[in-house]
Design a protein around this ligand. Structure first.
Ligand code: BES
Ligand code: MN
Ligand code: ZN
Length: 498
């Protein structure tokens, strides 16, 4: 994708398509007012006739408007004047994109960046524009046979600005949006791929491929024998019943010399049947999404390498399949983790924490500046927060605040959750150092407390993304979250936000 900024009026720029906005109660946005003046009141006429309402979600495409240089004008609804926020802005860009997705437009100029949007400066509006277009045009049809619908030929996005002095930060916003969008798309692809394609070995190949030809990024894959040597008995207990071999994927991006890295750990259960504690059949197909934590950290790595961020970041992905079998782990089995701590596996379906604890222990060798694990960890998290926000846990209040703030500014929002000894006590075992489940109450919290037992001495946070990583029903598909949140966190740590 190419980008440009322009101070020209909406009516004066010869592009394939210009996007302008109208609020309800007949109030024209900046670009719409200019188009209206240039075209002898064309937009006001449409408002009078009722064809343009200003309601959010509405998008009306006009061709060859007299007095306007652009070939097409898309008028989108912006809702109530004075109430436009970043979410509504993204929705308006998405509505415009959908409306023109079937046209042959190669360049578009977004004039909505001229509107006042609460809590968002031009940098974020440029980023949201690019991310929202990428999100809307995303398609997953690689598993369908037959002729594919050709992709929209869009290759240039223009962003309207008031003064030349804003050009640099808007261009930077567009470039960052491009990187994040690439990371989100990769995360969606990996999530949407079925488990008979997206195996642990497949994830490993994708991680290897990302590093090939990039001097700053390296990928190493550990096999089961190597994991056994490291003492990862907890991780290996999850893969015991599987035919597909487990992999530990380790990626290192060096964008900032010898600084301590931020380490991102992603749960990579490429299919979760529950194991011997078998899940019920209805909807079990969605457990192909149980590697969305892995997809999000690999996607974030793709984003930051594309943005060439001056920061060091490592990614660690324990990738396994959780299967029942004659040699699978039984409820009640006791396993020894890499840390030396023993775990009574009371439920083989609480497998995410069993692979993550060894990945966290392994990551200590990197002496992380901060370590964040990302996991579709518990159904209880979906009960607690629904499908809107991920849960943010941490052993450090500042880190928890920092991640919460990253979620807010990237519109990939989370919510801080509690931990503590009272919850951790629910994990007591009569036979081992701890059990892998903590009873019916606070299931997302006790899962976090389990992980917390393996993070001593590290600045650690855990994101439970069970509710936000994919959508169900007729919209079934991966969301690519929390790639925007993680990217924002790293952009901020790298000191490159305006
Ligand atoms: N991958 C699931 C969590 C999950 C379930 C995410 C549904 C999204 C939707 C995880 O491995 C799991 O099965 N967790 C159990 C834990 C329980 C046995 C303590 C759960 O949430 O039921
Ligand atoms: Mn499970
Ligand atoms: Zn799982």
């Amino acid at each position: 994708m190419k980008y440009f900024t322009t101070t020209s009026k909406a009516s004066r720029r010869a592009v394939d398509c210009v996007i302008v906005g109208v609020y309800n109660r007949s109030k024209l946005g900046v670009g719409a007012a200019d188009i209206d003046a240039a075209s002898n009141g064309r937009i006001r006429d449409l408002i009078k006739s009722g064809d343009v309402s200003g309601e959010p979600g509405q998008a009306v495409v006009l061709n060859s408007v007299p007095g306007v240089k652009a070939a097409r004008v898309v008028i989108v609804g912006l809702g109530k004047s004075g109430e436009l926020d970043a979410i509504a802005f993204r929705k308006a860009v998405a509505a415009a994109t959908k409306a023109i997705a079937n046209t042959k437009a190669k360049q578009i100029l977004n004039c909505l960046t001229l509107e006042p949007v609460s809590n968002s400066d031009l940098y974020y509006l440029a980023r949201h524009t690019v991310e929202s277009i990428g999100d809307t045009l995303y398609r997953f049809d690689q598993m369908k046979s037959g002729r594919k619908k050709p992709a929209m030929p869009l290759n240039t996005i223009g962003l309207a600005i008031v003064k030349r002095g804003d050009a640099a930060k808007v261009t930077r916003g567009a470039e960052h949006g491009d990187g994040i969008s690439a990371g989100v798309s990769l995360a969606k692809d990996l999530g949407n791929l079925p488990a008979n394609v997206c195996t642990p070995s497949y994830l490993a190949r994708v991680a290897k491929k990302l590093a090939s030809g990039n001097g700053k990024l390296s990928t190493r894959i550990l096999n089961e024998a190597e994991m056994k040597k490291l003492g990862m008995g907890s991780l290996l207990s999850v893969t015991a019943g599987a035919v597909e071999p487990a992999k530990l994927i380790v990626m290192q991006y060096k964008g900032a010399g010898n600084d301590k890295p931020v380490v991102l750990v992603g749960k990579g259960v490429t299919f979760d049947t529950g194991g011997i504690s078998l899940k019920p059949g209805a909807g079990m197909d969605e457990m192909k999404y149980d590697m969305c934590g892995a997809a999000s950290v690999i996607g974030t790595m793709a984003a930051i390498t594309k943005m060439k961020l001056p920061i060091n970041v490592n990614v660690v992905v324990p990738a396994v399949v959780n299967m029942p079998a004659g040699n699978a782990t039984n409820p009640g089995d006791i396993v020894k983790s890499m840390s030396g701590k023993t775990i009574e596996v009371l439920n083989t379906d609480a497998e995410g924490r069993l692979i993550l604890c060894d990945a966290l222990t392994y990551s200590k060798r990197f002496k992380p500046a901060a370590i964040i694990d990302v996991a579709t960890l518990t159904g209880a998290c979906v009960i607690a927060l629904g499908n809107h926000r991920c849960a943010i846990y941490s052993n450090n209040d500042d880190l928890q605040d920092e991640i919460f703030a990253s979620g807010k500014s990237s519109e990939d929002i989370g919510w801080p959750m509690p931990m503590g000894d009272q919850y951790a006590a629910q994990l007591k075992s009569n036979f081992a150092d701890m059990a892998n489940i903590g009873g019916p109450g606070g299931g997302s919290v006790t899962a976090a407390c389990f992980l917390g037992k393996f993070t001593n001495g590290m600045n650690w946070a855990h994101l439970d993304i069970a509710g936000v990583a994919w959508k169900s029903g007729h919209q079934k598909g991966a969301t690519g979250r929390p790639v925007p949140l993680l990217s924002e966190f790293l952009l901020s740590r790298a000191g490159v936000l305006p």
